[in-house]
Design a protein around this ligand. Structure first.
Ligand SMILES: NC(=O)c1ccc[n+]([C@@H]2O[C@H](COP(=O)([O-])OP(=O)(O)OC[C@H]3O[C@@H](n4cnc5c(N)ncnc54)[C@H](O)[C@@H]3O)[C@@H](O)[C@H]2O)c1
Length: 261
């Protein structure tokens, strides 16, 4: 089992779904967890659960679209736990829109959180990693939508391709300083996000019944079921630990076998 004891790990989007599962698991591994989310109430519940289980955690409000907010989140982590070791840029939103109906507003709404938020997160974490003398791990949540384009999610896919690209660029830029950047790419995970996507399919007249889009997409996984948030814990633990020290610039598909590249 990789050793994460006393590592300070900041996770954005930690109030729900994948982020909360990673926060709970790495908190149980002995890391200091900073659960960050636009919903402070929900992030606080996750931090409280980690502490109730004997772990170490704090909650902080963040809007990843806002540089000052990201800076405050990271400085809070350093002030509370002494340093920053790992940043998971995991917060994200999705929107289903038929290709021809995506507006400029839709584009900015999705890409500001999913792509710009990741860029700012990496930039501000790198400044702290440098201040600490180098080293540090950046871990970004991309998606199968960062490897393939899906018609009613074009702007979401663009935002996730951007995450893959920025992960590679950051890896090249900061490798000599011992800073690594990697991503993982979930498939179809049963979280609040998929409820939004599924609803969007119905609103667009693309599907008729609840969970039809979810079931149809999930049926593409050769392992025969949709993902649960806990399915992403193993890769998150690996990427956060010294076991992945010689790996950078990679975007690992953990999707039950949906996309082979
Ligand atoms: N669910 C899936 O099938 C799936 C598949 C591939 C990738 N992903 C990615 O996984 C990540 C987590 O998604 P999830 O499925 O757990 O969804 P989720 O909706 O359960 O969690 C996303 C979290 O991000 C937070 N958030 C949204 N906007 C924010 C902002 N501006 N600042 C800070 N926090 C914000 C939300 O409050 C929420 O807690 C996202 O980046 C998503 O794109 C999800």
């Amino acid at each position: 089992m990789p050793d994460l004891r006393n590592k300070t790990i900041v996770i954005t989007g930690a109030a729900g779904g994948i982020g909360a599962a990673i926060a709970r698991a790495l908190g149980a591994d002995g890391a200091h967890i900073v659960a960050a989310d636009i919903s402070l109430d929900a992030a606080s519940k996750v931090a409280d659960e980690i502490k109730a289980a004997g772990g170490s955690a704090a909650a902080v409000a963040v809007d990843v679209r806002d540089r000052a907010s990201i800076r405050a989140m990271l400085e809070h982590a350093v002030a509370t736990f002494g340093r920053l070791d790992v940043l998971f840029n995991n917060a994200g939103i999705a929107q289903t829109r038929p290709f021809l109906e995506i507006t400029e507003e839709d584009w900015h709404r999705v890409t500001d959180v999913n792509a710009l938020g990741v860029l700012i997160g990496m930039q501000e974490a790198i400044k702290i990693f440098r201040r600490q003398g180098g080293g540090g791990k950046l871990i970004n949540t991309a998606s199968i939508a960062g490897k393939q384009g899906y018609e009613p999610l074009a702007h979401y896919c663009a935002s996730k391709f951007a995450v893959v690209a920025m992960t590679q660029a950051a890896a090249r830029a900061f490798g000599k300083e011992g800073i690594t950047a990697n991503a993982f790419c979930p498939g179809v995970v049963a979280t609040g996000m998929w409820k939004t996507i599924d609803q969007g399919f119905r609103d667009s007249g693309l599907t008729n019944r609840e969970n039809e889009a979810f079931d149809t997409f999930a049926a593409g996984a050769v392992l025969g079921r949709p993902s649960r948030p806990d399915d992403l814990v193993g890769v998150a633990r690996f990427l956060a630990s010294a076991d992945s020290d010689f790996m950078t610039g990679q975007s690992l598909l953990v999707d039950g076998g949906m996309v082979f590249v």
